[in-house]
Each structure stands twice: as C-alpha cells, then as structure tokens.
Design a protein around this ligand. Sequence first.
Ligand code: GLU
Length: 484
Amino acid sequence: MSEVRTRFAPSPTGFMHLGGVRTALYAYLFARKNRGKFILRIEDTDQERFVPGATEVIYDTLRACGMQWDEGPDVGGPCGPYIQSERKDLYLPYAEELIEKGKAYYCFCTKEELDERRKEAESRGETFKYDKHCLRLDRAEVQRRLDAGMPYVIRQNAPTEGESRYNDMVFGEISMPNDTLDDMVLIKQDGMPTYNFANVIDDHLMGITHVIRGMEYLSSTPKYNLLYEAFGWEIPKYIHLPTVMRDATHKLSKRDGDAYYSDFIDKGYLTEALINYLALVGWNPGDDREFFTMDELIEAFDVKGINKAPGIFDVNKLTWFNANYIREMPFEDYLKKVTPWFDKAFDGMEKKPDYRRLAELMQGRTEVFSRVPEMVSFLRDMPAFDNELYFNKKMKTSAETAPQALDMVRPVLEAVSDWTESEIHDRVMEAIAASGMKNGAVLWPLRIAISGLANTPGGAFEIAYLLGKEETLRRLDASRKRLA
Ligand code: GLU
C-alpha cells in the first residue's frame, strides 16, 4: 500500500475559521494515524482577496494547535512550491492538454454577455448554467480570436448525459445526473487557475491519497473526477466533513464572534481545550472518553467515527472543557496565563493584591480567562451590595446579627501587626473562640462586609489578606455604617 498523504489547503483570508481548524485536525490525525504525511498548501489564486499577513495566521494557528506539517511553504518538500500563486505557470499546459482531448475549451463570452444570459434564464425560472456557446466555435475562429488577443477563460467540457458516481468515506455513494454539472472555469482571464482546477492538479502532483475537506465540495467532486479521468490519473479517496454549526440552523458567524480560532484564544480559551473539543464536534471515538491529548487523538482517530450530521459547536461545552484543562494545568503555567488578566483588572492600582495567592484561589474557579477580571474586580472596587447578603440560614446570620460580629472582629484585625494570612487567621480564630460565637456567625458577615459578594475566591482570611490591612478596615467600617 502506498503512503497516506493528506493535505490542508486553506485560502489565506486572514482568519482561521473553526471549521477549517477542524478540517486541518482531521487531515492531520488521519495522516499521523496512518504514519503518512500531512501537507500544507496555500490556495491563494484569488488575488483579489489577497490579505497581507494571512499566511502567517495559518502557520501560527496550526503550530499553536500542535499540527506541524511535513511538507509545506516554509518547510519545503519534494512537491513544492506549496503556495499556488507560485505555481501559477504550471496549470495552463494541463488545461491545454484537456482542450486537445476535447475535455475543455476556450470561452470568450464576456461578463456582460453571461450576465445577460443569466438574467434571461432566471426570468424563465431556470438556474443558469453555461450553455456551451463557445464550444461551438470552430478551430479557425478560436485561433483567430486568440491571435487577436481576445480575453478568454478555459472551461471544462462536462458531459450532459448519464450520471456520475463516486464513493465518499463519510457520505457513502454520491451520484449526480450529469446534466446538473456546469462547464466550470478552469483557467481565469488573468491566467490563474480556479480552485476547481488547481485542487485537482495539485492534489495529483502532490500525491494526495485522501482528500479531506468540507462537505460544500461534495457536489463539485464529480466534476473533479472527470478531470482525473481525462488525465488518466488515479482518483483520491474522499472524506468530506459535515459543517460545523452553532446550532441546527445557524452557522458560526464572524458577527457573533464565534467563527474564528482567534476569537476564542482572545477570550482566554486554551488551545488544548479547543482542539480536544473540536475533535469531538463531528467525530466520536466509539466509547465515552472525552479527554484526549493530541497523541491520544491520533491513536483513537478513525474515519468510521465521523458523523454525517452537522457538528454542533456548543460554546458551553467548550467552556466546560476549558475549565477542566485550566484546573489541571501546572500552577506556574496558570499563574503566567492569568497574570495579564489580573493586570487588566488591577490596572492603575497602587497596591495590587498578591497575584500568586490570588491565582491559587482562582485556578479552580476559572472557566475562561476573559471572565477573570470581572471575578476579581471586587478586590479593586467594593461592590455595592444589599444588606440581605448577610443572611445565611445555615450560619444563622443576618443583617441583625452582623453588627455584633463585625464589632467583635474589628479591633482584632486592627491589632494584627504582621498582615499575613496565617496571622489574620490565628488572631481572628482565637477571638472567636474567646467570644463564644460560632465561626460561621463571624466569618460569614466579615467576608460579606469586606467583599460585598455572596461568592468569592477564598474566604474572609484570604480576602482580608489580599485587600491589605488598610483597605480591609476601611471596607469593614463602611459596611458597618450601613448596618444601623
Ligand atoms: N481552499 C479551499 C478552501 O479553503 C480548500 C478546499 C479543499 O480542501 O480542497 O475552502
């Protein structure tokens, strides 16, 4: 059996769509699983859509995700160049070969003429399909026009009768009546190949054995197969992937900020969590495992597990994965990752809380890094709160019992000279024991009085420590005043 070769062939748009990341992932996993090669090819023949820096976005994203390609633009390989615009001169001879074989032809129809005919067809309620107008020109006329330098495109000469069939490894047998195939453009007026042509030539020249791509290409594939057949080339195996959707009826969208890899990284999702979850959007390992490292994915990956139904990308599920990954991170990595978010929360503050201690308290509570600033902002500004918060049934506390607790603890805190967490803890606990009050009856109101929140990372001692002595006392006094 020959070596498995898969490719990821993105167009450099400046962003990596999550659907694209998942396509790359499956192509990568399939290649690795089969000890084959994973190739990166940049499909930039649409020069109008050129975006500076867009190829770097692709490289950076794939590398960040741990999908290193074996052959591609910057690493080279035996089938280069791997950027289509750098290959532009090699396509025309293939198109000319098809013309020789009667499988393609020159077309001189102008855009205006085509628009006119499209309108006519639409007014008859038909969908426009190129009518092979220029196929009827005789050789001499074609030559005359070429010699005169008339602009042209080259079109495929698709059959109009019979049926095309092929097998897709996910969708099974696909068949299409040939009269639905249009004579697609292979070479554009500017001499560049279309995607429709270049993908065939390049997949062949690059020895691609398995074409893995989005299902939007399912219905064009018969036309590609006709090209392979015309050249006498072996047709690759196809693995078309169902679309990644937000829900049953909505695509992921740029506008909603949930379409691109960078949207999620900017919000503070971890690449590992995203990759883990994306692998499962549209693929199922056949058991109930949910957590996978890249190596485990390679091991488990099987085309049989790819679903035909659209993959639903559920942000809540991703968030759940993310929280798990964050919890399992080595603490030093967490500290490094969370630091810029703390900086954001405490920007301009003179005495910032102890980041290391705060990180310890936050790691188990962090679902997404972008939510961290809000979660810790109470250390910067005391939230306005309702005295109802003092009520706690279990601790038997309320706004009525709180003043006594706060009055007891106030001088104790003031007397703490070495403001460490353990000093605060020991002094307050001694005082509580001496007072005969219950721990909760003091600690709950204290925590409310200095945080203003029902839920906080850490309890009264940790928060007092993080706030510092001065701020703790200031908040305590202010809150006490609001209790008659
Ligand atoms: N350049 C195409 C795209 O970005 C690639 C499709 C394919 O993988 O063949 O959609």
